[in-house]
Ligand binder design. Sequence first.
Ligand SMILES: Nc1ncnc2c1ncn2[C@@H]1O[C@H](COP(=O)(O)OP(=O)(O)OP(=O)(O)O)[C@@H](O)[C@H]1O
Ligand SMILES: [Mg+2]
Length: 369
Amino acid sequence: MKQVTLSHVGKTYGGVDAVHDFSLTVKQGELVALLGPSGCGKTTTLRMIAGFVLPTAGEIRIGQHNVTEMPPYRRSTGMVFQNYALFPHMTVSQNVGFGLEMRNVARADIKARVLEMLRLVHLDHLLDRYPRQLSGGQQQRVALARALAITPDVLLLDEPLSNLDAKLRHAVRIEIRQLQRKLGLTTIFVTHDQEEALAVADRLVVMNKGRIEQVGTPRELYDTPRTAFIADFMGRANFLRGYVSAPGTFLTQSGQRFYFSGSAPSSTSILSVRPDCIDLVPGDAAPKHPNVLSGIVRAITFLGPVNEVMIGSDTGQTISVHSRTASHDIASLKEGEPVRISWPVKASQILDASDWPDNEGRYKNRTED
Ligand SMILES: Nc1ncnc2c1ncn2[C@@H]1O[C@H](COP(=O)(O)OP(=O)(O)OP(=O)(O)O)[C@@H](O)[C@H]1O
Ligand SMILES: [Mg+2]
């Protein structure tokens, strides 16, 4: 197993930057998730690492080797493509054995290895089936077995779960993570599903328009997003416009005062607070936290373990609050009635708003699932 290093890698298609100045080291045995909206350059980045696309700038290393211009079959990368691309005219075992045959491995060894790989993904009973005779999830696992068969130094997964239903998606994602850990595979996993990325990855790389927006552990990106784009991309967030009027104090455009901890960059003008960090204040009770806002309940939506309460707030903005279904605060709430909400100082995040696109409060290029 080897580490992967990209230094200032770029790819231009006819003057358009698909990927720009991309630098990243994926450590040996690490699983890094690459995520971002459609068209942000994820597949292009993965294809450059695999060797199917030649970069127009920068250098790619696998271990000590500069592989920037090396053909794919000499790189020792296993790739699962966005649409799992099995060879339709080959059986399951022929598909899995393909890479070994290309490498002139002896027939008996191929047979043993194919069986071993198919056992790993629990498909050793379907050796002679053709792809069209398999379910989507089974095809996905054959694609994974094929990528693993050559004992790659680096495993590249391009939205490997995109065509599975929610339940299978969850099961296969756990399977991939366990395999990856067991084999100590250096892995880059592309997804546009932020929940999936949070669940599987050691580190996340969020891309936006061909560039890296932020790199960090799932916790770091969720808790301390550097920009409004990241806060919005990594789960739900409410955004209030305004400015930092004094250390630790944020003033909205409509004159409300809110408090935050830590320093804030000077160019900021967005306060972000997540729906699950906000408490409903029951009746006349004293608010638990210093940040308090009043409004009218617009809608209550049952989402299973939580209810989403949409509140038309005094700032003029609609605020989303996630309240646990089991809590009794939610039981007394009625649509059309006044309500107060509060949140802790540390739940206010002050963000760089230089990339803030409009006054609507949402990103237009956000990928909704
Ligand atoms: N062969 C190509 N020729 C011209 N432009 C391309 C080519 N391949 C990709 N692009 C462009 O490069 C950009 C990045 O594409 P890429 O496929 O890497 O996006 P992605 O992040 O994988 O998106 P998705 O989530 O939709 O799969 C897009 O604007 C795309 O149109
Ligand atoms: Mg893609």
